[in-house]
Design a protein around this ligand. Structure first.
Ligand SMILES: *Cc1c(COP(=O)(O)O)cnc(C)c1O
Length: 409
């Protein structure tokens, strides 16, 4: 789906536009499928029975609502604002991604599509998709680059345990973008019976809007929990941004509260040189990636650039179009956190609060600690705890050992 600008004109119309971003930049053969999905989703969104079915699934299977946990010892360590964390790590499968896959599988069933496909890089979205499919007994095929299959063998095994077929993609660089192309090819050929689940607020309309809506439960719950626990809205909400779905989900709950500052945190990797980070909004430029207009890390020819982050979930050269619009309007501020800073936050959060965060989440924690230190004790900062860190302990061990061998940094 990496379609170059100009090759395929966007489908006209205002739908799925976020300021100058969003839209549909896809091969013509896919347009009918996207229109069908758009219409089905618009109906489902208004349908009380769909919404109540989804609510009960989220309660009974996913374990929602997730708590809002106060972090007194992390707060003390920063000597500033009170820090809270919204516990998406306690959702089934250990991250927020399940909110979206349950919603999309329910929608696929409603549309009469009995076969589910998805692409995955690190495997987290593949596992969340395979989980939702197993719950409903739907056949599931996951496209994954052979390089990623090798690096993420545990997630491949998880998907297979859950009954999914993992299709290894051996074209191009054998990573996420090649897997995405293969998934698109599959969808174009089988759209009558297949739904393609995109895992973040990216891709052609209606995906960015639909995925945001399915993740919005995080922000809606969190806003209510703040009002009842703090007796007020928080001063600042912080979330990490890969494609941007956990951030869009929590930000959506506070977007219309002008007193609440919103901060998105990108992967600063090893530094600001091209190829060393995945900080798309901090360093990118407008372009077309994976079917929509957004901010992209690209060279002067419009080729997407290689990206790096210690966290596989933030390792993406684009970002959701709504984030590009929030960046442009200034409603959300975006910053980046390096691998080293994230690793420090990973250790601090584990030690002070007994919560092992995902390395992705650790980026948000690092930025939140920095901001909390500058705020008065009466202020409140909420971190979106996008996922748990059990999946990352091997990588953290490797990085911490590497760091202890190179003391001068
Ligand atoms: C996938 C993932 C992310 C990044 O994805 P977004 O769409 O930006 O939310 C962040 N945290 C965790 C734990 C993840 O698994």
């Amino acid at each position: 789906m990496s379609v170059s600008p100009g090759l395929n004109p966007p489908v006209p119309g205002q739908h799925g536009r976020f300021g100058p971003f969003g839209g549909r930049f896809v091969p013509e053969t896919l347009v009918p499928a996207l229109i069908e999905l758009d219409e089905a989703y618009a109906q489902a969104r208004r349908d009380q029975s769909f919404q109540s079915q989804l609510r009960s699934l989220l309660r009974e299977f996913v374990g929602r609502p997730t708590p809002l946990t106060h972090c007194p010892r992390l707060t003390d360590a920063c000597a500033g604002a009170s820090i809270w964390v919204k516990r998406e790590d306690l959702a089934h499968t250990g991250a927020h991604k399940i909110n979206n896959t349950m919603g999309q599988v329910l929608l696929a069933l409603r549309m009469g599509k009995r076969r589910i496909i998805a692409e995955t890089g690190a495997g987290q979205h593949g596992v969340a998709t395979a989980t939702a499919c197993a719950h409903f007994g739907l056949p599931c095929e996951i496209y994954m680059g052979s390089e990623d299959v090798r690096r993420q063998s545990l997630n491949v095994f998880r998907m297979r345990l859950l009954g999914a077929t993992v299709n290894e993609v051996t074209t191009g660089s054998c990573t996420l973008k090649d897997a995405t192309n293969e998934a698109m090819r599959d969808w174009m050929a089988t759209v009558g019976e297949t739904h393609y689940i995109i895992g973040s607020v990216v891709g052609p309309h209606p995906f960015p809007t639909m995925v945001r809506d399915f993740q919005r439960i995080i922000g809606d719950e969190c806003r209510e929990q703040c009002l009842s626990r703090l007796g007020m809205l928080p001063d600042l909400v912080v979330a990490c941004v890969g494609g941007g779905s956990n951030a869009a989900g929590i930000f959506a709950g506070f977007e219309d509260d002008p007193s609440v500052r919103l901060l998105g945190v990108e992967a600063g990797g090893r530094g600001t040189k091209p190829g060393d980070h995945a900080a798309t909004l901090c360093h990118g430029s407008p372009g077309v990636l994976h079917g929509c207009k957004t901010m992209v890390l690209q060279d002067s020819e419009g080729q997407t650039m290689p990206v790096h982050s210690c966290s596989a979930g933030l390792d993406y050269p684009g970002v959701g179009p709504e984030h590009a619009a929030w960046h442009l309007s200034g409603r959300v501020r975006y910053t980046s956190v390096t691998d080293d800073e994230a690793l420090d936050a990973f250790s601090t959060m584990s030690r002070t609060e007994g919560i092992l965060p995902a390395l992705e989440t650790s980026h948000a924690i690092a930025a939140a600690m920095h901001e909390a230190a500058k705020l008065p004790k009466s202020a409140h900062v909420v971190i979106n705890g996008s996922g748990r860190g059990d999946k990352d302990v091997m990588e953290a061990m490797r990085l911490l050992e590497q760091r202890s061998r190179t003391p001068a940094r």
